[in-house]
Every structure is written in C-alpha cells, then in structure tokens.
Design a protein around this ligand. Structure first.
Ligand code: ADP
Ligand code: ZN
Length: 225
C-alpha cells in the first residue's frame, strides 16, 4: 500500500523576543522543511523597496500589524513554492484570529497542523529584544547580552556584519507587545480549542531545553498523524 504523507505545518506562537526565530532554524534542519518568517519576508520587501514593502513600512516602523490581506497574499505566494510541498515552519504567522482562520480555510487544507506556544512573561522580553542583533548576510540571530558573537559586530558563521532592527527600539517594542496582547494572544485560544493541536512550552529554559521541548511537541504529532 502507498503511504500518503500529508504536509506538516508547524506554527510557532509567542510574543516578540520569545525565541521563535532562534529555534526555527535548527528545527527546519531537523525536519527538513523550510522556515518561513513573515517578518523576514517583509524585511526583504523593505530592502528591495517593492510596492508591498513600501506599503508595509509604515505599519512595521510603528510596531503595528500589516493588514491581513497583504500578509495572506505574500504567504500564499511563498507556500506555493516547491520546497513547501512536505510542509513548513511558520514564524510570526498567524498573528490574528482572522489570519488563523484563513490559514485553515485557504492554505493549510489537507495538512497536519501543530501549534507550539513559547510561553514567557513580558518582563523578560524588552531586555532580550533591545540587545538582539542579526547578521545582514545570513540572518543568524545574536544577543549582545545573552548570546554574543565571538567578535563584536561580526557573524560567527559568515563574517557578515551584525545590525539592530529599526523596530527593536524600546518604544516600538512596547507597542509591539501591546499589539501582541490585544491581537495575537487570542490566536492561542483559537488553537487550544482544536483537539491536540496546541503545545505549551516554557520559553524561559535554556536554549537546549527549549529546543528539546519543541522537538517533543513535533514528535507527538508525527506519531499521531
Ligand atoms: P517579532 O520579532 O516581533 O516576532 P517579526 O519579525 O515577526 O517580529 O515581524 C516584524 C513586523 O512585521 C511586525 O511587527 C509586523 O509589523 C509585521 N508582521 C510580521 N508578520 C506579520 C503578520 N503575520 N501579520 C501582520 N503583520 C506582520
Ligand atoms: Zn552571518
């Protein structure tokens, strides 16, 4: 008999600074499916000054969400590419209940979906984010306080230069956290109502512990699927 595998979609939920981006990269390697960060996709549009980038810029710089229809169109385009056929990891999407519903109805049909919530109190987030840096060349994340590169300002992996995101300034972070609580928190509730789909992990553990928990959540679902 032919075994037909449905694509696996792993959704990483949690506030900005919870560690979704940090763990998405090794998880992508482990599962052999791409990591799709809507924030990264938008930053690419900003860099390339595309029409979408020009519209999205004002929302992103203000710490607000880009309107749902723009995000959905961008994501639908991305997941149509052939590397997503076996599944993918979503980081930064869905960020509203409407986005979650659209994912169910328009994008994730006939897929196995698992949502992993990175649970962490707000008080740890601002200090994590203000000291965050990313490599311009390969996207690797660093934290000048908690996970610094060997040489300040230079990527350990590719020697690219490190930069701080424009929206990682304290006053914009506070706005992003507020937006998270009002618009994105309800997404956790949305997945908690779907049997067996939501996995809670403690995002305050060490990097190794958190990654183990992420893998455990994925394994549970793959066994069930
Ligand atoms: P974070 O570090 O907060 O997780 P991201 O890199 O995921 O940030 O996103 C940066 C910005 O891009 C958000 O503040 C928002 O303006 C925009 N954005 C990213 N994903 C979405 C989405 N799913 N819906 C609306 N806006 C989004
Ligand atoms: Zn690099």
């Amino acid at each position: 008999m032919l075994a037909i595998e449905t694509p696996l979609i792993v959704i990483l939920l949690g506030p900005p600074g919870a560690g979704k981006g940090t763990h998405a990269a090794p998880l992508s390697q482990h599962l052999g499916v791409p990591h799709i960060s809507t924030g990264d996709l938008f930053r690419e549009h900003l860099r390339n000054k595309t029409p979408l980038g020009n519209v999205a810029r004002s929302f992103i710089d203000a710490g607000q969400l880009v309107p749902d229809h723009l995000v959905l169109e961008m994501l639908a385009d991305r997941v149509r590419q052939s590397d997503c056929a076996r599944g993918y990891i979503l980081d930064g999407f869905p960020r509203t209940v409407d986005q979650a519903e659209a994912l169910d109805k328009q994008i994730a049909e006939q897929s196995t979906v698992i949502a992993i919530n990175f649970d962490i109190p707000d008080r740890y987030l601002v200090e994590r984010i203000v000291s965050r840096q990313a490599c311009k060349q390969c996207g690797q994340l660093y934290n000048t306080q908690f996970a610094p590169p060997a040489q300040s300002g230079i990527c350990d992996h590719c020697a690219g230069s490190l930069y701080q995101r424009d929206d990682d300034k304290e006053e914009i972070i506070l706005k992003r956290l507020e937006v998270y609580h009002t618009q994105t928190k309800p997404v956790i509730e949305y997945y908690s109502q779907k049997q067996g789909m939501l996995h809670q992990i403690n995002a305050r553990g060490t990097k190794t512990q958190v990654f183990q928990d992420v893998l455990k959540a994925c394994e549970k679902t793959q066994v069930m699927a």
